[in-house]
Design a protein around this ligand. Structure first.
Ligand SMILES: [Zn+2]
Length: 94
């Protein structure tokens, strides 16, 4: 085999290898993106929205301020709403 042909052949092999590597990388990237998207959707579906009984705002349960009172769990958008709610219910009692 003459050296020029060998050079061309190795050049072709190198180009093919680079193309293959890029394909693999793109594929892995797409897979990762798809997985992340699926996880996001799953998380959003699991995150139930709760209504703040004081101001009426809807808050994802994971981020809400919780208060358990008389066996009922209330969810608030903030500590301020929670405190006000406690003040209200305590005021109503006595
Ligand atoms: Zn609120």
């Amino acid at each position: 085999m003459n050296p020029a042909r060998l050079l061309v052949l190795s050049g072709l092999l190198y180009a093919a290898w680079r193309l293959l590597r890029r394909r693999i990388r793109e594929h892995v990237h797409e897979e990762l993106l798809r997985e992340q998207e699926a996880q996001k959707k799953k998380a959003a579906a699991q995150d139930v929205l709760e209504e703040d009984p004081l101001c009426g705002v809807l808050i994802p349960r994971q981020q809400a301020v919780r208060l358990r009172q008389n066996g009922t769990t209330y969810y608030f958008c903030s500590d301020a709403c929670c405190d006000q709610f406690i003040g209200k219910t305590e005021g109503a009692k006595g």
